[in-house]
Design a protein. Sequence first.
Length: 94
Amino acid sequence: MLTADVEGIQSGGTVPGRPGLAPIITGQTIYYAGQLVSQSARYSFVGENDYAEFVDQSNNQRFRVQFVMSGNSLLLIANPHGPQPTRYMCQRTG
């Protein structure tokens, strides 16, 4: 399960945070922080716009992830600029 706090910042002020990773607002910077928990791993992350730095909570290994929103789906691309990027498709619930 991926959970995140999201906030959009404009030069004129702050846009209130939205649940999940759904904001699609042009002309501002989107900041977020959260965690991803699966049956076998736990990660924390912080990010800006389309990219986040993930940290494996069991060994402190860090890696970069690209977020690609499409409707209610979220594509996570781990190590997007590396030799073997890995893709994970997530479905938004609630």
